[in-house]
Design a protein around this ligand. Structure first.
Ligand code: ZN
Length: 454
C-alpha cells in the first residue's frame, strides 16, 4: 500500500459544497483519496511520500470534454480559411491520409499538451483509429473516453470514409469489446456521431440503442454551425436538436458538443433530458457563434469545457479555454456578472466528470474518489499578487503555473516534467509525421509573407 501526503495547501475540493481548506492536506492511498482537509496523523503510514505545498493550490484534474487527438499534428492546417475550405480542402484530405501509427503519435503529442495544462481526463469525439488512440492514452497515463469518427452519408467524403451504418456500428462494437475498460479502467470506449450532415437517422437511432446496451455515452457535434440548422430545417423541417428529440436520442448519456444554434425551447429539452454540453469557446469564436451558456447554466444544465482540435482552435489548453469562457459571454451579453469564475471551475472539473458519466468517480477531491489532481504554483509576475484566489485561477492563471499532475494516484507530471512520456522524442516524431501527411494529402499552405530561404 503506498501513500502520498500533500501538506499545507490551498485545497479546492470542488465537492458538493465547493469546500476550500486554506492550509489543508490531502492524503492519497494507492489510486484513491483517503482524506482531505485536516488529516489525522494516525492515518499516515511512516513510509508515506510527503509533499510540502507551502500554500500552493490543489484542484481536481481538469476534464477536457472535447478534444480531437488525431488532429494534433495537423496544427496550422486551417487558420484563416472559410469553413468549406477548412473541411473539404484541408481537414478531410489530412485526416483521411493518416495511418494508425500517425494517430498514435498524434495522441501522444496531444496528451503532452493536455497533461501540461492539468487535464487528467478527456473525451475524444473520433478519429479513424481507436486502436492508435488507445496505445497513446495507455502510455500517457490519463483517462479517456475514446470514439471513432462515424459517418454513413454526406457529399464529397473521401472514398475510405464511405461506409454503411452497419459497418460503422460493427466497427465500434468491435473496438468496444477489445478496448473498453483497458489501462486499469482508464480507457472507456464510447459511440461517436460526427454531425447530422454525415449521419443518417437510422445510424443515430441505432447508435443510441447500442450506447444504452453497453452503458456508455454518445459523443456528437450538435447544432455547431448556422449552416447546420439551415440544413436540418431544409431537410427535416426542424432544427437539429428538435430533430434529435423526435428520434428519441436526447438523454443523459448524450454529450452534445458546441450546441451554439439552439432555440430556447431546445435549451429546455436539454434540461428535461439531462443532455450534457461541451462548450468550446475558442472554436465558437472562430466561426461558429456564441452558445447560450449563461441560460444553460441558469437552467442547471451540465455544461463542461472542451478545447476542440488543434486544426480548429490550435491550443489544446484547458486554462486558455477557461479564461475565454470567462470572457466571451460577458462580452456578447454586455454583462460582466455572467459566467463567474466559480462556475468555470465547476465546469472544468465536476461538471466535466458528470458529462463523461463519471460523477462520483473523479472531478472533486472527496475521500473515496480517484486521486486525479493538480498542483498550482502562482509564483510569477502573471498571476501574483493573488487577492481573489478563485478568480485568479480563471482570469490570471496560465498553464505554466501548473507544476504537477496526478492521475489514478500516480504522478504523471512533476515540476513541469512529464514522467510517463519522452517529450522531446515525441515532439520530433510528431513534427516529422505531420509534414509527411501534408505532403501525402497534397496540402500546401500559401506563403503569407515573402520568404527567402537562406
Ligand atoms: Zn470537434
Amino acid at each position: 500500500m503506498s501513500q502520498i501526503l500533500l501538506k499545507n495547501g490551498y485545497i479546492l475540493t470542488m465537492d458538493q459544497n465547493d469546500q476550500v481548506y486554506d492550509g489543508g492536506d490531502v492524503l492519497i492511498e494507492n489510486d484513491v483519496i483517503k482524506a482531505v482537509g485536516l488529516v489525522a496523523p494516525s492515518l499516515v503510514k511512516p513510509d508515506a511520500e510527503v509533499v510540502q505545498l507551502n500554500g500552493n493550490y490543489v484542484l481536481p484534474g481538469f476534464v477536457n470534454t472535447h478534444v480531437h487527438t488525431s488532429q494534433q499534428i495537423s496544427r496550422g492546417v486551417g487558420d484563416d480559411v472559410d469553413f468549406k475550405t477548412w473541411l473539404h480542402d484541408r481537414m478531410w484530405p489530412y485526416e483521411s491520409n493518416m495511418t494508425e501509427e500517425d494517430s498514435y503519435i498524434s495522441t501522444l503529442m496531444c496528451c503532452l499538451e493536455l497533461i501540461k495544462s492539468g487535464v487528467t481526463s478527456f473525451a475524444e469525439p473520433g478519429g479513424q483509429f481507436v486502436s492508435g488512440m488507445v496505445r497513446g492514452v495507455r502510455e500517457a497515463g490519463i483517462r479517456a473516453k475514446l470514439a471513432k469518427s462515424v459517418m454513413d452519408c454526406g457529399d464529397g467524403l473521401p472514398k475510405i470514409w464511405q461506409r454503411t451504418a452497419e459497418q460503422e456500428l460493427d466497427q465500434q462494437v468491435e473496438d468496444l469489446k477489445r478496448f473498453d475498460g483497458s489501462a486499469d479502467g482508464r480507457i472507456r470506449i464510447w459511440f461517436g456521431l460526427r454531425t447530422i450532415f454525415n449521419d443518417t437517422d437510422d445510424l443515430i437511432v441505432k447508435t443510441k440503442a447500442l450506447a444504452d446496451e453497453y452503458g456508455v455515452g454518445v459523443h456528437m457535434h450538435v447544432a455547431e454551425a448556422k449552416s447546420e440548422v439551415e440544413y436540418t430545417q431544409q431537410v427535416y423541417g426542424e432544427p437539429t436538436v428538435t430533430h434529435l428529440h423526435k428520434l428519441g436520442v436526447l438523454d443523459k448519456n448524450l454529450l452534445a458538443v458546441h450546441t451554439v444554434w439552439l432555440t430556447n425551447e431546445e435549451v429546455e429539452l436539454f434540461k428535461r433530458y439531462d443532455v450534457k454540453v461541451s462548450h468550446n469557446p475558442a472554436s465558437a469564436m472562430r466561426v461558429l457563434g456564441f452558445a447560450k451558456i449563461p441560460r444553460m447554466l441558469k437552467e442547471g444544465i451540465c455544461v463542461s469545457i472542451g478545447t476542440d482540435g488543434a486544426s480548429s482552435s490550435n491550443r489544446m489548453d484547458m486554462v486558455d479555454e477557461m479564461w475565454l469562457t470567462s470572457l466571451i459571454h460577458k462580452g456578447w451579453r454586455l454583462d460582466p456578472t455572467v459566467v463567474p469564475s466559480e462556475d468555470i471551475l465547476r465546469m472544468a472539473t465536476k461538471n466535466g466528470a458528470r458529462a463523461l458519466l463519471d460523477d462520483g468517480v473523479y472531478g472533486s477531491l472527496t475521500p473515496g474518489m480517484k486521486a486525479d489532481l493538480i498542483i498550482i504554483d502562482p509564483r510569477g509576475p502573471s498571476m501574483m499578487p493573488v487577492n481573489d484566489p478563485i478568480a485568479a485561477l480563471v482570469t490570471a492563471m496560465h498553464s505554466s503555473n501548473i507544476t504537477c499532475t496526478m492521475c489514478d494516484g500516480k504522478w504523471i507530471m512533476r515540476d513541469r516534467k512529464i514522467l510517463t512520456l519522452d517529450e522531446e522524442a515525441i515532439l520530433d516524431e510528431a513534427c516529422r509525421r505531420g509534414a509527411v501527411i501534408y505532403k501525402r494529402a497534397g496540402i500546401t499552405l500559401p506563403n503569407r509573407f515573402p520568404v527567402m530561404k537562406m
